[in-house]
Write a protein of this length. Sequence first.
Length: 119
Amino acid sequence: MLRTLSYLNLIFAVLYFLAYLLNGNHWVVLGLLITVVFNWMILRGMETEQLKWSFFQWLTGIITVLFASWLGYSTILLLMNTIEYHYYPAETVVLIISGLLFSFTIFLQLLISLYKKNR
């Protein structure tokens, strides 16, 4: 499950970057890159069967949670504005769905990885 979520988050990060953030904010691009690094470290730790996290993995995990929180918050604000103005273009609906799904999978992956680490 954790491996599947890690790969799914890597795919989401690349798709989110390609679909929405080509001319995006530098902080968002940095958050996506740190999310990719965190997912790579999770996968690498699973391959080497190293369950203990290093300082760098904790740091990227915290930054990834902050990015997922910001992504979920901005997606909810976009959803509220879309409903308020009754404006539902397909691009906005896809962005809302992908943003909520991406932030949910990031949180779920972190919770599962912490559970496996403490087990």
